[in-house]
Write a protein that binds this ligand. Structure first.
Ligand code: NDP
Length: 310
């Protein structure tokens, strides 16, 4: 029997609908819409698409989304000035700096820009203050992708407490906060990375396996315990037909779509995992929509907290 497909897109729609009355209520109380400021530096085509989607979603949720652009030639000083400007604006509740910043920023410049965001407005949950609060299990703005995955598990009735959870990937934005959020919910958590020994054996013990690696179809069926829940965070564009044909062997409609478009977006989990797992998230339509829904939820949360502080 095939795995149950966890419909992240449908859950994200529900979450977004549930935000509407809260946004309307806060708009009345504030006399303005809750607002998100987005800083977009450079002209990375993928970032343009992500930002456009975030703006559209924000608008549909009743938020005001303000886009502040910086040219690709801008330096860290200009980005820092923009973040400080948004920090100081009373009519801006959330700030998002779209990653990646242009290459000349380098790791130090990038870190400085993200660190400058007021933790109370840090809707991505990247600031050291919010990461510290998350680590201590205190209320905070937590990173959107792992928070969205927790909502997905909760709303899908997947038992987390006591489960063996394995997170493959240890990035600051997905892997590490994912592990912390699962631990807070009483899972027994293992974090894997590129230096993990015998990854297959570790993964095969997982009741909940989260793949956040960035390699197409990396998690194959032999890494998955029968009946496990597999959450696929990866977003990878595949353009080689031979690879697409191998990945979509049992999915003729996906291969046909690849042929029409000349490329396809695939996750970190091989499609054949569906024959073994108990439940899987699809790509697209799984974790991606939840990430956007959580961005809206975090922006509203930040606005509500600021309003409560007065
Ligand atoms: P990073 O590149 O920051 O991290 C990847 C992680 O995978 C690293 O910890 C790395 O280990 C680990 N890894 C790489 N190769 C292996 C391997 N062979 N075996 C075990 N572990 C390995 O990626 P992100 O966390 O930012 O993103 C992961 C994926 O999720 C990407 O495809 C990204 O596009 C997608 N993504 C999707 C989102 C969504 O909304 N759906 C949001 C954010 C990301 P090491 O640390 O040792 O290098």
């Amino acid at each position: 029997m095939g795995a149950r497909i966890l419909d992240g897109a449908a859950i994200a729609r529900d979450m977004r609908r549930e935000l509407l009355p809260r946004v309307a209520d806060l708009t009345t109380r504030l006399g303005r819409r809750p607002a998100l400021g987005i800083v977009l530096a450079g002209d990375n085509p993928a970032s343009e698409i992500y930002v456009r989607n975030k703006m559209k979603a924000g608008d549909e949720a009743g938020l005001r989304v303000e886009l502040l652009r910086l040219p690709a030639t801008a330096g860290a000083d200009e980005a820092l000035a923009l973040v400080e400007h948004l920090n100081g604006r009373d009519d801006v509740d959330g700030i998002l700096v779209q990653a990646p910043l242009p290459a000349p920023f380098g790791p130090a410049g990038t870190r400085a820009v993200f660190d400058a965001i007021d933790p109370a407005k840090d809707v991505d949950g990247f600031s050291p203050v919010n990461v510290g609060l998350l680590t201590q299990g205190r209320p905070t703005l937590a990173p959107c992708t792992p928070s969205g995955i927790i909502r997905l598990l909760e709303r899908s009735g997947i038992e987390v407490a006591g489960a063996n959870a394995v997170v493959v990937g240890r990035s600051e934005i997905v892997g590490k906060p994912m592990a912390l959020l699962l631990l807070q919910r009483d899972a027994t958590v293992t974090i894997c990375h590129s230096r993990t020994r015998d990854l297959a054996a570790v993964c095969a013990r997982a009741d909940i396996l989260v793949a956040a690696i960035g390699r197409p179809a990396f998690v194959t069926a032999d890494l998955v315990k029968p009946g496990a829940t597999v959450v696929d965070v990866g977003i990878n564009r595949v353009a080689e037909r031979a690879l697409a044909a191998a990945l979509f062997a049992g999915f003729p409609e996906r291969l046909a779509e690849f042929d029409r478009r000349g490329s396809a977006v695939v996750g970190d989990v091989h499609p054949a995992v569906r024959a073994v797992a108990g439940a899987v998230t699809p790509v697209p339509g799984g974790v991606g929509p939840l990430t956007i829904a959580m961005l809206l939820a975090n922006t509203l949360e930040a606005a509500e907290r600021r309003a409560a502080r007065g």
